[in-house]
Design a protein around this ligand. Structure first.
Ligand code: PLP
Length: 409
């Protein structure tokens, strides 16, 4: 990385170089630091490190150089070109976790207490939904779940209940690809002094930067597009209140123990270097796939943000660079037709997860959202015939050919 970080002008330049510090042995890439602890030259040094008087590593649950590189890179990408309220380049602190769910747990536990409520949208990743609906309530934290695309309803909820302390967004949302308006909702939430957090997993900072709209926290399952190759589970929590991130949030992260590890951090760093080129290809391929599916007689509905038929087309166009690599669609003949189609695929893979180089398809009702009761699934638009697709970076004609042969009787 050049000494003057601000001299880099492009997203990929940042993606390739940010976070790297010169290795003492001149290794091109930061090595995988496979060491759980760090040695002090003398007792005094250990004391200085613990008191914070001297910077340096202590214990790998608290971080190490391989983890630090990945954290700094993602912070640089989420803040790239974003200004703070005083017009200065936004500073962010990122904390890498062992999974997206671990990052979400740190976010919730470091910001909410018994008696508080969290306001969120009805279409969320199944695990996030279960966490807020099943794990938080016994801790005294209640989730209020509404359609946040209805701004009047969102404001009415915020106004009516002073116990709501956090607005939690996931946009685009899993698996319906619904979008909520980050700017409008954040403006409303700030009138009621709410903390705003956004899951940016589906978009990545290349397509969408929620900090531009004033959110307080962003989190990712880095398992997905940021890693890009399906090689490691991981998560990251980013915040702009540096004092709070370095203080209470770091404390919660360290004590809950959802830390990352050097090998996964190394893989994530490699993956993030190609984020822009991969996302361009994911989005280009997804648009072609959506067009094919929309015109196919076996399909009744396609949820893709690049299609004018998507109800959130304009919200996505406002806040995202491109409509993303994720889509979902419904087979006219329901569950049996969906199963038959999925089983006939030859190149595209039957798997949950998303954001990998290869195209992955899954059936949310029986897989990612199996634990969400059927009546709630119906309410959220997760029908039995719905198939979710993470469009890969293969040559698009091969994806289209595979889909066509699997759709044809
Ligand atoms: N957020 C979204 C949008 C997801 O799709 C997922 C996982 O699929 C998660 C969070 C949880 O991430 P992880 O599986 O890395 O814990």
């Amino acid at each position: 990385m050049p000494d003057n970080k601000n001299s880099l002008t492009g997203f990929s330049s940042i993606a390739v170089h940010a976070g790297h510090t010169k290795d003492p042995n001149n290794a091109h890439l930061t090595p995988i630091y496979a060491s759980s602890t760090y040695v002090f030259d003398e007792a005094e040094q250990g004391m200085r490190r613990f008191s914070g008087e001297e910077k340096g590593y202590i214990y790998s649950r608290w971080g190490n150089p391989t983890i630090a590189e990945a954290e700094e890179k993602i912070a640089a990408l989420e803040s790239f070109g974003v200004m703070d309220k005083n017009g200065n380049a936004l500073q962010l602190k990122a904390i890498l976790h062992s999974s997206g769910m671990a990052a979400l747990s740190t976010l919730l536990i470091s910001n909410l207490k018994s008696g508080d409520k969290i306001l969120t949208h009805f279409s969320l990743y199944g695990g996030s939904q279960e966490l807020v609906e099943k794990i938080l309530p016994p801790l005294g934290i209640e989730a209020i779940i509404v359609d946040l695309r209805d701004l009047n309803k969102a404001e009415a909820m915020m106004k009516a209940d002073a116990k709501i302390k956090m607005l939690y967004l996931e946009t685009p949302a899993n698996p319906t690809i619904q979008c909520v308006d980050i700017e409008e909702l954040t403006n409303l939430a700030k009138q009621y002094s709410l903390t705003v957090a956004c899951d940016n997993t589906f978009a990545t900072p290349y397509l969408q930067q929620p900090f531009k709209y004033g959110v307080d926290f962003v989190f990712h399952s880095t398992t997905k597009f940021l890693n890009g190759h399906g090689t490691a589970i991981g998560g990251v929590l980013l915040g702009k209140d540096i004092e709070k991130m370095n203080g209470h949030v770091t404390k919660v992260h360290r004590l809950l123990g959802g830390n990352s590890n050097s090998f996964d951090a190394f893989l994530l760093t490699l993956g993030m270097k190609t984020l822009e080129v991969r996302m361009e290809r994911h989005c280009h391929n997804a648009m072609e796939v959506a067009a094919l599916l929309e015109s196919h007689p076996a399909i009744s509905k396609v949820n893709y943000l690049g299609l004018h038929s998507h109800p959130d087309y304009y919200t996505a166009a406002k806040q995202m660079r491109h409509p993303g690599g994720m889509l979902s669609f419904e087979m006219k003949d329901g569950l049996e037709a969906s199963k038959k189609f999925i089983d006939k695929l030859q190149m595209c893979l039957r798997a949950v997860s998303l954001g990998t180089c290869d195209t992955l398809l899954c059936h949310p009702a029986s897989m990612t959202h199996f634990s969400v009761p059927k009546e709630k699934r119906a309410l959220y638009g997760i029908t039995d015939g719905l198939i979710r697709m993470s469009v890969g970076i293969e040559n698009v004609q091969d994806i289209l050919m595979d889909l066509e042969q699997a759709l044809n009787p």
